[in-house]
Design a binder for this molecule. Structure first.
Ligand code: URA
Ligand code: SF4
Length: 244
């Protein structure tokens, strides 16, 4: 039996997400209240001396946030509105890493707030998790790639020290790499999702699981059963670590 996309989403418990796709972008009170004509905030392009002097590997959260906000280490700085460091619980057991900010993320300064983000939130809910509670969400690159293209290898390499520092500071129990660019950046090797998923990988002593990017699932849904398996695998892996 073949199912249409709506039926599949419904079966995944993601039906409302699909419905949200057809609503206008600006539907929240906040969005509507935001004055469209407000002058843009001046960009912060100055790094505090201490942050500029310290390598990312020695930064605390404030220094890291300041350094990323002002970073010009790769060409992705040119078209961004703002760099997007990450969001959530800085003591989280769970770290989810995506590819890079999209248009909405660039506007709002938070990862995964667009359509893929709504799916990610529902995937989190499916395993009893919630954005911000024991969960941190970041991206492989902090600035939006133009036209939402995949980050180039040199861009991912330029940005990696920030992600590495985030991981050192958070010390999560489990890292979930969402899609190939995140997996390759973290594992520093060529990755094919089809063969990398369903296995436990190691990131400097931290367990790492690779799965599909939510935007890919939204586009294709061919792999929805596998996405479910991956969610269950994540939950089992975390439970095993916690002795449950
Ligand atoms: N896709 C990503 O990989 N990251 C985001 O923050 C949004 C969409
Ligand atoms: Fe800097 Fe990363 Fe933005 Fe490139 S993508 S400018 S390395 S913060």
């Amino acid at each position: 039996m073949t199912m249409n996309r709506e039926q599949v989403l419904h079966e995944m418990g993601l039906g409302p997400v699909w419905k949200l796709r057809v609503t206008p972008a600006a539907t929240t009170v906040e969005d509507l209240a935001a004055p469209a004509t407000a002058p843009a905030e001046p960009r912060r392009e100055t790094v505090p001396a201490i942050a500029a002097a310290a390598p990312p590997g020695a930064m605390d959260w404030d220094e890291l946030a300041a350094a990323v906000a002002a970073c010009r280490q790769c060409r992705l700085c040119e078209a961004r509105k703002q760099a997007v460091l990450g969001v959530g619980d800085i003591n989280a057991d769970w770290l989810f890493v995506g590819e890079g900010p999209g248009a909405e993320e660039d506007q709002r300064g938070e990862p995964f707030v667009g359509q893929a983000g709504k799916l990610l939130d529902n995937m989190l809910a499916a395993i009893g998790l919630k954005r911000g509670t024991d969960v941190y969400i970041a991206n492989a690159v902090k600035c939006r790639p133009p036209e939402n293209r995949t980050p180039a290898a040199d861009e991912a390499a330029a940005c990696r020290p920030y992600l590495e520092r985030q991981i050192e500071l958070i010390r999560p129990k489990l890292i979930v790499a969402l899609g190939r660019p995140a997996a390759q950046t973290l594992l520093q090797t060529e990755v094919k999702i089809a063969s990398a998923r369903g296995k436990l990988h190691d990131y400097h002593g931290i367990q790492l699981i690779v799965t599909y990017h939510p935007a890919y699932l939204l586009r294709t849904l061919l792999d929805k059963a596998k996405a479910w398996e991956d969610l269950c695998f994540m939950r089992r892996t975390m439970k095993a670590q916690k002795g449950g």
